[in-house]
Design a protein. Sequence first.
Length: 525
Amino acid sequence: MKKFLLQILSILVVVVSPLAATSYPSLDIEYQVEKGEEILLNKDKLNNFIEQWQDNSFITFSEAQANLRKALIEKNLDLEQMQSLYRIQQQQMLYQQREQDFKIGVSSQPLYSLSRSLNQSTTGGYDLSNTFAVGATLSKNLSTGGLASLSASYSSSLTNNSNSSSDWTWSQSPSANITINQPLWIGDGLIDPNYYKKQIEKTEISSKNAKISYDQLLDALVNQGNNQLSTLQTLKESRFILGEQLLIESTALKDAKKDLEEGRISRNAYESRVLNINQIQYSLTEVERQIEAIEDSLKILWNNYDYPDQIIIDKDLFESVPSIIFDKPQLVKTLLENDYLYAQAIGNLRSAEIDAMLKNPSDAPMLSLSFQVSPYYSADSGSSFFSSFEQLFSDGSPLFSLSIGFSASDFSRSSTKLSSSLAQESVLQAKIEVEKVRDDIEQQVETIQRNVKSLLLNLSIAQYDFEQRTNDIEVEQIRFEIGMANENSIKAKQIAWYDSAFLILQNLRELNLIALDLQSRGVDI
């Protein structure tokens, strides 16, 4: 019995042990791998490689970028919409600036009037008056947010009494009025002398943001075009590799079919060849589809201009890697100084601070000051038009009135309190947005540094691999000469050589795009 139990336990151990081994593994294990010999980038060999593989009949990324920018400015609906918005903001800013200029108005209410009225004096009877009047107003928006206006009016009357035997009598009645309306506590202090200036500054910020949005979209479209050209080049290189592989596999499939018929290989070996060629054909079809999609997108982006079929790198950008690329504080500082989103965020913060500082004049207490002056005299009966003027200056006595008014309401106070609270929240949100953009820039810099390091490492490895592939071709040709290899094997080595060269070019293009992007953002490359 004991022997039987031991056998059962042995079987359970054998069955359970594999189950434990196939459970989900721990992913927190740290592996200590011995570092191999470092592969350094040989700049001289890289320059020679670029000279060999660059076709100077094609344009560089920088030249393509300039051509695309020109095409986009000439015709792009999104950019035209942004440009229209910018012009609207410019017009609004100019209108607001002109609002502080003097405004002149002319009025004549009435220009002429005829009236018949009862005379309550001892003369009795009716007065028949013909009155001619004209007036003008000069007004100006004050820098404090108030309004000052000067109005002057002049009327000339020709009057006759029905019970009087005297001739018609002329009389002159000039008057002037100065009015100032000033809202209080709408800015910094009781009366803010820079209230209107801050309002204009806010409009200028909106105009600058509209221009920034336009420039940002233009640069984004240019970068999109460069990325698509780079991707198109990579896809065409992949199509070349797949096409050459398909030719080799087609020849190999014919040989495999003959070997199958003569019994030198199995059916499985032949089917493996068929599967391999089908996979290459599928990959080639997929690459063709992607090429077609990118070309359609480029046609739209380039506005039916001829975009470059192939692109070459800007060799001057690879003489050395600028030290600023790996100087995070300095690179962050440079990008912040030239970043569109950061400039917009700073502008929005300033605009929110102005909103929090300024109040709505319609909700504020209002102080009014009015001063009116006009000369008074009694026209002599039967005075002529010119003699009435002489009498105005000789006998006229000035009459004036001065009034000061003040108005405020509890509703205005409540409305101002609510507006102030909302404005403070807007300031807080704007500050958060500034910090978010700053954090995004720091993350972008870290990503750029990682990508550059990775691309430089990949470039050095790809360069080493290219040298090995070059040696492989030489070895395979020697083997072919002594009958140990065939033409297909040499072609396979050549395809691997092309593939390795294309990998170097792809890494160079990626570095080129990073350099151009940094250049457009103010970094001296």
